[in-house]
Design a protein around this ligand. Structure first.
Ligand code: ADE
Length: 268
């Protein structure tokens, strides 16, 4: 039996499962195995593949996640649209824990992470001006708005290297630039998705006010995990509803991201 999926979900901190009664597949890729077994099942009429980004036992910290293997594995199953829920800190006083931000921009503050599939002979420069899928974003925003979420449509996600949280000065600097939220896993995931011509939509659950907004010691890992755990059922519902509302046919530019580029190998 050939197992295929249309939509991929990469679950973040505290989001370790999505599909009940699903098939589990141990996959490997040219980049090694993904973060964990891939679970494949259905949500309504859609076939979905789920990968827990940090592994089910949260063994991969953000800077050690096998990002390339995760996206390659999803594409090899037939996935063309990816939803990426994650926990983030808010850099803005107007929204705090419990808000759902669907960013439309990204700032990469990571360092040393492998961020391309094309690190072999031949230059492949993908466009990345708009890092997220416009259709996926619109669907996620509509779905969150029609649920019980305080929804923020757009905004800039700053991705830090971690695993430490930001200093107060860094956080105030990010906020002062007008950036909205801060996380540790949104990059290179987004650019690797683009390099595989996948649609990629980030659904960011605010778990805390980052150090620049909040007085006191700043955010802790326990605070993030505890808040996420309290909200994981709502998150699952939001992701499942978004999956069902995604368009069956892609009309966005994501699928043409590699048109005209000379790829050094075939994509799965
Ligand atoms: N994930 C959740 N909250 C965060 C924060 N404040 N900074 C970075 N990553 C986070």
């Amino acid at each position: 039996m050939v197992i295929r999926a249309d939509i991929g979900v990469i679950g973040g901190s505290g989001f370790y499962s999505l599909l009940d009664d699903a098939e589990e597949m141990e996959l490997t890729t040219p980049y090694g195995p993904p973060s964990d077994v891939v679970t494949i099942g259905r949500i309504g009429s859609r076939s979905v593949a789920f990968i827990p980004r940090h592994g089910r036992d949260h063994r991969f910290p953000p800077h050690r996640i096998p990002y390339r293997a995760n996206l390659w594995a999803l594409r090899s199953l037939g996935v063309r649209q990816v939803l990426a829920p994650s926990a983030v800190g808010s850099l803005q006083a107007e929204y705090g824990p419990g808000a759902m931000v669907i960013p439309d921009q990204l700032v990469d503050r990571t360092s040393g992470r492998v961020q391309t599939y094309y690190d072999i002979d031949g230059a492949v420069h993908v466009s990345f001006a708009d890092p997220y899928c416009p259709s996926g974003r619109a669907v996620a925003v509509r779905t969150a708005q029609s649920g019980d979420w305080q929804t923020v449509d757009g905004g800039t996600l700053v991705v830090i290297e971690g695993p430490r949280f930001s200093t107060r000065a860094e956080s105030q600097w990010f906020a002062g630039n007008g950036w909205s939220i801060v996380g540790m896993t949104g990059f290179p995931e987004a650019v690797l998705a683009r390099e595989l011509a996948l649609c990629y939509t980030s659904l960011c659950l605010v778990t805390d006010h980052d150090a620049g907004v909040e007085a006191g010691q700043g955010v802790t890992h326990d605070e993030v995990l505890e808040f996420f755990a309290q909200n994981v059922t709502r998150m699952r519902t939001l992701v499942a509803d978004t999956v069902e509302a995604l368009p069956a046919e892609r009309t966005c530019p994501c699928g043409s991201a590699l048109d005209g580029l000379k790829l050094p190998f075939d994509l799965p």
